[in-house]
Design a binder for this molecule. Sequence first.
Ligand code: HBI
Length: 100
Amino acid sequence: MALQKLTPQEQTEALARPELEGWSLVDGREAIKRTLTFKDFNAAFGFMTRVALYADKADHHPEWFNVYNRVEVTLATHDVQGLSVRDVELAKFINQIYHQ
Ligand code: HBI
């Protein structure tokens, strides 16, 4: 079955789950975002490397911005021009491996 776009209700329900703590909707765009901070650049880049390996395996890639110990991540599914279960899964993975 083709990838489904999450409805606004499904988006709200997903963001209310404890596994998606810290994630919120982006203003004016169907996407979710979270800013993560680390001890230093080494820790931030180690995190990004683990996410990159997951992303390539899952064929689902983050939009992100890094300065030193801060990583701003935005997730959306371009194939559906909105949010899908793939964003929820990637956000969950990010939360699982995130250690401040
Ligand atoms: N990453 N975030 C995101 N959204 C997508 O729709 C997407 C992706 N990575 C690869 C991908 N789609 C492929 O299915 C093709 O569109 C290349």
